[in-house]
Design a protein around this ligand. Structure first.
Ligand code: 5GP
Length: 117
């Protein structure tokens, strides 16, 4: 069940500030508070979904396509398309997910090597 009091829900409601990269009615992209690389942005849909499975199973194809199109737009906006980047979604306990609102990490700005988180 979705937790309305998770940190990203509060960020969507502007109860907690964030350093925004892009926002519209459906999505929000903002800088990670604890960056894993020179550029580290989080992308979230504004609908209530706890994890990747919820996002795919409880939304429609148009919502999913729009979200990932915006991920690509932000990748371009950040100047990462040519230099390269990594997209990460952690899911569940073993996946190391800390915040129970579906999100994509966009990481880049320097060589990331083979590390995966
Ligand atoms: P997860 O481990 O759930 O995939 O990633 C959660 C991410 O959210 C972490 O990289 C963490 O640094 C980031 N984070 C946690 N709290 C906040 C916050 O209040 N503001 C921002 N901008 N990022 C946060």
């Amino acid at each position: 069940m979705y937790d309305d009091n998770n940190i990203f829900a509060k960020i969507i409601r502007s109860e907690i500030p964030c350093d925004k990269v892009y926002e519209d009615d459906d999505v929000l992209f903002f800088y990670d508070i604890n960056p894993a690389a020179k550029i580290h942005v989080l992308g979230i849909p504004k609908i209530k979904c706890s994890n990747f499975a919820d996002f795919i199973e409880q939304t429609n194809e148009q919502t999913i396509k729009k979200f990932f199109n915006k991920v690509l737009d932000v990748v371009k906006m950040l100047g990462l398309k040519e230099s390269g980047y990594r997209l990460i979604t952690n899911s569940g306990f073993n996946g190391g997910q800390e915040v129970p609102h579906y999100h994509v990490h966009i990481i880049g700005g320097e060589p990331l090597g083979r590390k995966i988180n």
